[in-house]
Design a protein around this ligand. Structure first.
Ligand SMILES: [Mg+2]
Length: 255
């Protein structure tokens, strides 16, 4: 009997475009902050925000989950001439600047409202899921967050019938090793957009790592990490095509 591979697909920025939702919300937040100061002529507003965002994530123990009022304060300090690293440090030690204090709550509220808008599926996801189904592969959505939330998201986006289920799992070497043993003897392929979180621990845990890089490339990931995957595809369906092609000989031999 043929042993079909099992595919574990990361959700955010692999199946759906969470990055764009964040980008829109962050651009709105910057515009709100900028309105409190003299008009700014920004060449790369998103790059500007992300520099402050990453500086905060770097020093906050909650990492990217730091509370967004800190970003409001850091961007306000940016308007006062402080660079990202300095502004991030000052948000921890100083109160917000006077003209931002009264607006902070409303800005954060609008930001959360914008984040509440659902993401769209990324290009090639439906084609890839259909190809995997037609090849007889099970695709699981892998998430570190709430499985219920991702299940609801998959339903809203109309892909529930194309996936086997949602698996809640910390992206650690141990957990990927567990997933590998859970599905053995089927080989496990992990598709994700972040080399440090999705690919490296999966590979070390004995899975094959297929990277579909998203636009979100945090500065703390070294350049070499982007080439360490077993395969790099520019779209989800091309990742599936590669898995189909790479497993075809062994499946043929097993038949
Ligand atoms: Mg992701």
């Amino acid at each position: 009997m043929a042993i079909a591979p099992v595919i574990l697909a990361d959700a955010d920025n692999t199946l759906w475009d969470t990055d764009s939702v964040f980008a829109q919300a962050q651009l709105g937040l910057l515009a709100d902050v900028d309105r409190l100061f003299d008009p700014q002529d920004r060449v790369d507003p998103l790059g500007h925000i992300r520099a402050y965002d990453q500086a905060l994530a770097k020093i906050d123990h909650r990492h990217l989950r730091y509370p967004p009022h800190l970003l409001v304060r850091a961007l306000a300090l940016g308007n006062r001439g402080h660079g990202p690293g300095e502004a991030a440090r000052l948000t921890g030690s100083e109160r917000t600047i006077a003209n931002v204090a009264g607006a902070e709550e409303a800005i954060v509220e609008r930001y959360f409202e914008a984040l509440g808008r659902g993401p769209e599926l990324l290009n090639g996801v439906v084609d890839g899921l259909v190809a995997a189904r037609d090849a007889g592969f099970d695709v699981w959505i892998l998430t570190e967050g709430s499985a219920d939330r991702q299940r609801a998201r998959a339903a809203t986006l109309g892909i529930t019938h194309l996936v086997k289920g949602v698996s809640e799992c910390t992206k650690s070497i141990e957990q990927f090793d567990r997933q590998r043993r859970r599905f053995a003897p089927a080989p496990v392929f992990v598709i994700g957009d972040q080399p440090d979180r999705d690919i490296l621990p999966a590979q070390t845990g004995g899975c094959t790592g297929v990277l579909v890089p998203s636009g979100f490339r945090p500065g703390w990931i070294g350049a070499a990490a982007w080439d360490a995957a077993d395969y790099v595809a520019d779209r989800f369906d091309r990742a599936i095509d590669w898995i189909i092609a790479t497993t075809a000989p062994s499946r043929a031999a097993a038949e």
